[in-house]
Design a protein around this ligand. Structure first.
Ligand SMILES: [Zn+2]
Length: 59
């Protein structure tokens, strides 16, 4: 199972978030949001500005 970055919620394979370079990752996350288009409603709603796979909720 992937880890989620606590800062941007991106799902990360490995020990460091490639976007914010944070090592503050957690396995305690729920749900998946996939952003293809950063101008889409879901991207605006979740505030993600980089395409990718994100946790819906980081606990
Ligand atoms: Zn991050």
């Amino acid at each position: 199972m992937e880890n989620a970055c606590r800062i941007c919620k991106r799902l990360v394979e490995g020990s460091e978030c490639p976007v914010c370079k944070s090592k503050d990752l957690t396995k305690n996350w729920k749900g998946v949001v996939i952003i293809y288009d950063v101008n889409s409603e879901i991207a605006k709603k979740t505030g993600h500005d980089t395409p990718g796979k994100y946790a819906l909720q980081v606990i």
